[in-house]
Unconditional design. Structure first.
Length: 215
């Protein structure tokens, strides 16, 4: 009888030990999964933090009044009459803003125009106008999230607004201008667009902005 009781006690101890070991083993993967998840989230955040900043169309007002797309009447009210007008056919761009309006047989291509005003370039189709290239001259400016950017905006100012993009600043040979410093900004948070925005800098000051899209 005594031996039976001792055997039962030993069996209970071994059983509890095995149960505890299984609990510990079952807990190990949970801890490792949490650590992996935290590491993945940290890596993703790091990549996001290192990307060039975004300048969405909704965050911009040209001369504090117009978004990137507007009517021909609004163009004349804010900027005045165009200095010159040229058909897109003369420039032969590989891509353009209102390309979805083009007929399949290109029969209306001659209706697409470039409007030039104060060295800035706007694309026009019928009553629609959009900014293609905007020069910060003759008091032209943009409001970006309420912050005024113009020809007085310095490299130091740009570093505060776009620190990542300024780390990747480059130089581009621009026709008629020579070598200009340039930074690239993304058009959206999720990198849906294939294009980007170029901010050109001349003599340490903001010079002009251009929407670039691949052919």
């Amino acid at each position: 009888m005594k031996n039976l009781i001792i055997s039962l006690i030993i069996l209970m101890i071994v059983s509890c030990k095995d149960k505890n070991e299984k609990l510990i083993e079952n807990n190990i993967p949970i801890v490792e999964t949490k650590e992996t998840k935290i590491k993945e989230e940290t890596d993703t955040t790091k990549i996001a933090d290192e990307q060039n900043e975004v300048m969405t169309e909704k965050d911009i007002l040209f001369n504090g009044k117009l978004k990137r797309y507007f009517s021909l009447k609004e163009f004349e009210n804010v900027f005045g009459k165009a200095d010159s007008i040229k058909p897109l056919a003369e420039e032969e761009p590989c891509t353009f803003i209102f390309d979805t309006e083009l007929e399949p047989d290109n029969s209306n291509f001659n209706e697409f125009m470039y409007y030039y005003k104060d060295a800035s370039r706007f694309e026009n189709y019928k009553e629609k106008v959009a900014v293609d290239e905007f020069r910060f001259i003759n008091n032209n400016f943009i409001l970006f999230k309420g912050i005024k950017l113009n020809s007085s905006t310095t490299v130091k100012d740009l570093k505060k607004l776009f620190p990542n993009a300024m780390k990747n600043i480059g130089t581009m040979d621009v026709y008629g201008e020579g070598n200009l410093q340039v930074i690239q900004l993304r058009e959206d948070e999720h990198n849906v667009s294939d294009g980007h925005i170029n901010l050109f800098i001349k003599n340490g000051k903001l010079y002009y902005i251009h929407w670039w899209f691949p052919c």
